[in-house]
Write a new protein. Sequence first.
Length: 397
Amino acid sequence: NTTTARRMQRVRPSPTAAISDRVRELEAAGKRIINLGEGELDFATPDVISYAGIAAIVGQQTKYTAVAGTAGLKRAIAHKFARDNGLTFQQHEIIAGSGAKQLIFNALLATVDPGQQVIIPAPYWVSYPDMVALAEGEPVIVPCEEQDGWKLRPETLAQAITPQTRWIILNSPGNPTGAIYSLQELRALADVLADHPQVLIMADDIYEPLRYNGAPFATFAQAALQLAERTLTINGVSKSHAMTGWRLGYAAGPAWLITAMQILQSQSTSNPSSISQAAAVAALQQPAAFFSQWLEKLTRRRQRVMAWVAATEGLSATPPEGAFYLFANCKGLIGRITPAGDPLADDSDVARWLLAEAGVAVLHGSAFGMPGYLRIAYAVKDELLEEACQRLEAACR
Ligand code: PLP
């Protein structure tokens, strides 16, 4: 019997993985593809961090640790929250896991009962709705407007909340738009949430240090201390320190919730890699200046991609405030016919055509709950990005 469990019928494979498969197929057929689909910095993990990992291996820090992370790592995490966010957490209010992704999943699995709702503003990171579905909850997708900077309005939030609402997920800087909520915007959302004690707030801050033009950052718990008791703050070193493969994320929030996540973790994956934990301590100790070189590079690349979009009839985009994605409106290309005679009926067609014609992989906005857009990830080497933009320009012309 090869049928999978019923819960599997509610999840789709990650669209990011699907495009990577297609890229590999085309490459195997001899095509040179430039991948602007991947949510990953091209920078090397900095040596100071890698050496901390090597030291952990040589020093025999290669055994099980406490399920929620070593005391040393939790101290580094607490220090990070105090230094960057003005938040105070005790050790039992902190948990480390194998990536922010695992912590988000565990938090949902530990708290969502069948039929309970999770509010997800769109466009959203692809995994949120499927994780909610796996937890047997109901994702409630709430579309946001480009003219609102892709941010959820308080009145829209108020309309979406029901007695069954268990969570709202906020992601700032956001994937796929780079939108950043200001302190005031978070406070306005908090005012709405104050009247609904059944709702937990998840703040996914994984792109926190990657912000342009010195954009200020506030996390929800800091903006709404009165709701800190029902706020879970998620972060990690994947995007901030070019450490996606190390699989190390962390979360902080009320003790009851952290304990529940820890129980789940103790019966599934146990502690995150001891080696990655040691490396993450070194990562979290780096001062803010650590990011300035990366930000300079990303700022130039963001400029380059925006120039391509601005110069292309049929495309437009709101400049991202953070992260490393441009979310471009491609509605002006939809409805056109390619030189080969194929109609571009939707954003998937546009992405497929750009891959076939220009050899450049980008993701279609519908994967993020927002049809009519393309997500262009620009954290790739300068020369590659330049070539990609030239190929895209030529194809669109
Ligand atoms: N949250 C968002 C918004 C992301 O874009 C990603 C990765 O793409 C993650 C979480 C997961 O990060 P991690 O590598 O820590 O699991």
